[in-house]
Write a protein that binds this ligand. Structure first.
Ligand code: NAD
Length: 411
């Protein structure tokens, strides 16, 4: 299955619980608009770089399209479609007034100079400019994009359409960004696992964690879970992983990564491969990098009781089925990593009102959203007679999008 097929497979689980009329399915599955743009830029050596960018706007029944922008060599239309659809269900589930979208450029950004990356980002903004805006579609960071990339989008868009901080979120705090946005996805993951564990009579500070990916989401989650007393026993990045069953010194690891740009070789830990990382014994396995990493092939060897989907789409349909059959609780992406879009929403609210909330205020509101979404999932699981967290989450989200669609009408 492709990523988009996987997303639709999970969506169908929600449809089934809701006994959805077939005529709604195509309506709710199909993206509203798909943009594919050519991005020709001058490279530093005078040659011409030619890249392809995408923006898929999946649904806007509940609010403007919203979703991240990914720079990665494997970006393609199918992946962007899948990620855009997930955003529709995530924003509905977490209760922020947005629809779903996603963008991506097929590029390996590590091969580009900062100036080339800036030109590419500005060209992409020009190409999709008329289709985005604070009340239309609001991009945000995702893999290999960050607050600097968001600043370029903000600047390029504002040159043509007027000063518009609300056109992107995940901006730097010095340029209309929100306090707490950088940590938000990792912090949301922390609340998601804390609530899931405590609903089962377990505690975060007695649990061990294995984390795949040490970027924005993975490193913030590692830091916050370590501060909360959890034991991080293994982490990895694109180059490979490290493990120490006694627990890694996360603050020291953060300093090490800041210097060396990789986790490998961290003193006091054993180097392992990314494949080994996924089967390392722990209570909670946290995929926080790419999609489709938990598959029919490796799900049988996973040595965890919980999988916390910090990444988008980390389980294939078959991988997910194996986890379910083994009684491993999977905390689905549309809930687990919704902290990012929640604080993006807070940033946009602050931008549109020209005010600033304190970090404590941001974190407290984020916690309220995550706790209440968890409670709604638990109730739906009871109402539907013991389904998976994922099926319950999709059913809740679909119900909300369908209601908004019905109320607005197709006119
Ligand atoms: P990032 O670019 O900051 O970090 C990605 C990390 O994954 C890096 O450490 C990289 O080395 C590692 N990685 C890349 N390929 C890998 C591989 N093959 N094996 C192991 N590790 C690999 O990205 P991010 O923003 O932290 O996003 C990570 C995931 O979280 C993505 O799936 C993204 O869609 C999802 N997500 C991000 C946000 C956000 O706010 N940034 C919000 C919701 C979901």
């Amino acid at each position: 299955m492709t990523p988009y097929q996987t997303t639709n497979h999970f969506l169908e689980q929600g449809f089934a619980l809701l006994e959805m009329e077939p005529r709604y399915k195509a309506l709710l599955m199909t993206p509203s608009r798909e943009l594919r743009v050519e991005l020709a830029i001058e490279m530093d050596d005078g040659s011409i770089g030619n890249y392809i960018g995408y923006r898929v706007q999946h649904d806007n029944a509940r609010g403007p399209y919203k979703g991240g922008l990914r720079y990665h060599p494997e970006v393609d239309i199918d992946e962007v479609r899948a990620l855009a659809s997930l955003m529709t269900w995530k924003t509905a589930l977490i209760g922020v007034p947005y629809g779903g979208a996603k963008g991506g450029i097929q590029v390996d950004p590590s091969q580009l100079s900062p100036r080339e990356l800036e030109r590419l980002t500005r060209r992409f903004t020009e190409q999709i400019g008329e289709f985005i805006g604070p009340a239309i579609d609001i991009p945000a960071p995702d893999m290999n994009t960050n607050a600097q990339v968001m600043s370029w989008i903000f600047d390029q868009y504002s040159r043509r359409y007027g000063y518009s901080p609300g056109v992107v979120t995940g901006k730097p705090v010095g340029l209309h960004g929100s306090l707490g946005r950088d940590a938000a996805t990792g912090r949301g993951c922390l609340f998601a696992i804390r609530e899931t564990l405590s609903a089962r009579g377990e505690q975060l500070n007695k649990a061990s964690f294995v984390i795949q990916g040490f970027g924005n989401v993975g490193s913030w989650f590692a830091r916050l879970v370590h501060e909360a007393g959890g034991r991080v026993v293994a982490v990895s990045d694109v180059h490979g992983g490290i493990a120490n069953p006694e627990g890694l010194d996360v603050p020291a690891l953060m300093r090490y990564v800041a210097e060396t740009k990789r986790v490998g070789g961290f003193p006091g830990a054993k180097d392992i491969s990314n494949a080994e990382l996924l089967t390392t014994p722990c209570d909670v396995l946290v995929p926080a990098a790419l999609g489709h990493v938990i598959t029919a092939e490796n799900a049988g060897q996973i040595n965890a009781r919980y999988v916390l989907e910090a990444a988008n789409g980390p389980c294939t349909a078959q991988g997910d089925a194996v986890l379910n059959s083994r009684g491993i609780v999977c905390i689905p992406d549309i809930f687990a990593n919704a902290g990012g879009v929640t604080v993006s929403y807070f940033e946009w609210v602050q931008n549109t009102q020209n005010l600033r909330w304190t970090e404590a205020e941001v974190n407290q509101r984020l916690e309220e959203h995550m706790v209440s979404a968890h409670a709604a999932i638990v109730k739906a699981m009871e109402d539907y007679g013991g389904c998976s967290m994922r099926a319950a989450a999709f059913a809740l989200a679909v119900q909300r999008v369908k209601e908004a669609t019905d109320l607005r009408g197709l006119g």
